[in-house]
Design a protein. Structure first.
Length: 113
């Protein structure tokens, strides 16, 4: 599966962004999908994941209640809605098919005033 992430940018603290990850080349609905992030000098970490049907989601403690993962299988797309953004959310965000271990290119999110 090929993955294309988009939606990053510069946002002020407290603001919101929505990331999108469009998939092609596979039956998207069977893929467990995840969003990861990697901040400068830090290891890549799993931010959120969602099962193929969208019924089960999981979040890192640091983003619970602020970030929301969703998917539209008709559009072969997974989303990450990020609210109440903090400077520590600054990172390059990647989408991944956990089922097929495929990574998209990153999209950079910068939270700064």
């Amino acid at each position: 599966v090929q993955l294309q992430a988009s939606g990053g940018g510069l946002v002020q603290p407290g603001g919101s962004l929505r990331l999108s990850c469009a998939a092609s080349g596979s039956i998207f609905s069977i893929n467990v999908m995840g969003w990861y992030r990697q901040a400068p000098g830090k290891q890549r970490e799993l931010v959120a994941s969602i099962t193929g049907g969208g019924g089960i989601t999981n979040y890192a403690d640091s983003v619970k209640g602020r970030f929301f993962i969703s998917r539209d299988n008709a559009k072969n797309t997974v989303y990450l809605q990020m609210n109440s953004l903090k400077p520590e959310d600054t990172a390059v965000y990647y989408c991944r098919s956990l089922t097929l271990n495929s990574w998209g290119q990153g999209t950079k999110v910068t939270v700064s005033s």
